[in-house]
Write a protein that binds this ligand. Structure first.
Ligand code: FES
Length: 59
């Protein structure tokens, strides 16, 4: 669900990541890191963030 925490280190939710993709135009892991600070500490959430990117970023 949208309030599921994806990045525990920075407490970033799925909803925040999806919003960064849809509303801020994020298309890469680096974009998500810059916009939400998710995946900027331990990196263990990287695969989950890449899965969300794959789901929402369509070329
Ligand atoms: S869980 Fe995202 S950086 Fe640690």
């Amino acid at each position: 669900m949208d309030d599921e925490i994806i990045c525990n280190c920075m407490e970033v939710t799925r909803g925040q990541i999806v919003a960064a993709i849809k509303e801020k135009g994020c298309r890469t892991l680096e974009d998500i890191q810059r916009e939400t600070e998710a995946c900027t500490v331990c990196g263990s959430c990287e695969d989950d963030i890449r899965d969300i990117l794959a789901e929402y970023v369509k070329d």
